[in-house]
Design a protein around this ligand. Sequence first.
Ligand SMILES: Cc1ncc(COP(=O)(O)O)c(C=O)c1O
Length: 397
Amino acid sequence: MTTTDMDFGPALNGVLDTVDRWQEQGHYPLFPVISEPLGTRARLADGRMVTVFGSCDYLGLSRHPAVVGGAVEAIERFGTHCYGTQPVGGYTELHQSLEHSLAEFFGKPATALFPTGMQANIGVLTTLAGPADAVLSDQLNHGSITMGGRLSGARLLTFRHNDLDDLAVKLTEAADARRRIIVVDGLFSADGDFAPLAGIADLADRHKALLIVDEAHAGGTVGPRGRGVAELLGVLDRVDVVTGTMSKAFASTGGFACGSHRAMRLVRHSAGAYLLSLGLAPATVGASLAAVHVATAEGASLRARTAANAKALRERLQEAGVNIGASAAHVVLVHIGRIDDAARIATRLLENGLLVNPLFPPAVPIGGARLRIGVTSAHSEAEIAAAADALVSALAS
Ligand SMILES: Cc1ncc(COP(=O)(O)O)c(C=O)c1O
């Protein structure tokens, strides 16, 4: 047997059948090949220009001279590579500075840097939770949280999206667990709404639970200082661990966890997701470090622009009767339903010069396929108006 003719079983064969069907029908929107990324515009390999509304570069920092300069200087000083994993050579002065800058940015005592935000969630959950514990996870949390909860061996209790009553029921069910750990996205990538963190923090207190908030989409962009939804809602000091990524507002790659010195020391000495990958490349860390400094110095005006642009797009779509569900910020979700419709509409949009992210199960519930639109500070009014028009006409076709 080879993998060419192997039967992968119904679920995975179904994935391959779907890809074949979309390709045969000319409705395959994935893996557009980018040849020239130019901020909010990009050239595809076939020469077409598209406007990018599928990016998480929410503060428009990927071309910021200081951020590009940070990457270049890091390569010049440290080369392209690290000696090893972080404990054994893959931890430079740059890594250390980034940890300190992130701890300060998010107002927590300590930080652990991970290769990706996905690994940060997995690393934190597998460290703080074990088989005797219960992880209480919102049903729309990012897949890396679900994965971390499963890998931890803890009882994984999923509560209905943003439903405090259901969370309270699940916490009571978990009363016999050694530890209860509540984990939520701050700004949900699949629904574009905020977690009700004040109510969640109250429940965490009442049930003596730890609280982890993944601020991947809100870090840098939400809250008076960009510290995320927990800051916006005034509960940052009640959050035990903030996780996040450098791959969105900070326009780089890498993940992080911010929390107490003790918890971060434990993560840095025991989490497989931390210890089993090489330290982040110097260029990446240099860009991230510069991005955190820019997000501190220039963040307030950039955040205001992102928020105003997002509001303008949401209003245009709502006025045209487009279903954007609970979208409340710069992550705007257009709800479609069937995966084939989402694939067809995303392909049509790409043909008409608009790049957006189609989301399919398991990232969203079955029957809940949608388009995710990332609004940034760099989009112009004209680009927002054109994107809204393109979406409205693609949805009508
Ligand atoms: C909510 C959330 N958490 C974590 C991640 C993972 O971040 P990274 O791209 O750094 O792996 C993502 C997506 O990228 C996300 O949307």
